[in-house]
Write a protein that binds this ligand. Sequence first.
Ligand SMILES: [Zn+2]
Length: 295
Amino acid sequence: MLVTMKEILDRANEDNYAVAAPNINTELDTRACIEAAEELHAPIILDVNNKSNPDISLLGHIAAELAYQSPVPIAINLDHGGEMSHTIKAFKGQFTSIMVDRSTLPYEENVRETKLAVEMAHSIGISVEAELGHVGQGNNYAHDGVNALTDPKEAARFIKETGVDCLAVAIGTAHGAYAGTPHIDFERLIAIKEATGHFPLVLHGGSGTGDENLAKACTLGINKVNLSNDLAKGACQAAKAYDFTGNKAYDLWKVLKGGYKAALIEKMKLFGCEGKAWSEPPKGLTVAEITGREN
Ligand SMILES: [Zn+2]
């Protein structure tokens, strides 16, 4: 069933676990993610990034169609929405959440632009994720891993001033592969959770962060973990291990899917979301009120 990201994250926050947010690029990996969620009876958030698919509205419609057919709660979220056009495309594509990433702008501009997006999205029942501090790139980890980390007091102020539904925080993770060993600032995470009155928090750059670090972060207040690299790596490893000898026809995605799904399931178990799916009708606006369609 298609639900808003707010509903998924409010429940995760209340019960102190995190939900996986894999980056989807095509119908095939979307199906693999939903299968993984169904096997674990877990909610899932499908993250769609404008850079990885040239037609995010089309991918949104495909994901929504598959979500309507599934018994587990599924949200479709715009990942790192930059330009206004990304947001409009998400609205057109049956997304139930958008991320507004203005984290490289000065604080006041980040607040102004995020607040505007919140007003638009909330008026049609769509939830909003924003970022404060800045999660950088793993290949520049020596710099990005220690700079622009989220300030707890500023986070509390930002949430109040913008009205966002969840907040991505910079606590030492980075996007892509890490150059060096990731150091997660757990003290900072605890302080942010406290200062924000136990608000739903998001961790970007979950891949390569280390299972122990991820599991710990999920018990200390992270409720959504974005994943991309580790899932692609799982798929590539499955291809590498595949027995290509003999006379057989290859189905590329079938070869890749086993590794992709296994990597995702492993992470979901780590985050504590196994068995957390529900079937009651949504709180707040129904999906029919947001998308015009029934689950
Ligand atoms: Zn990210």
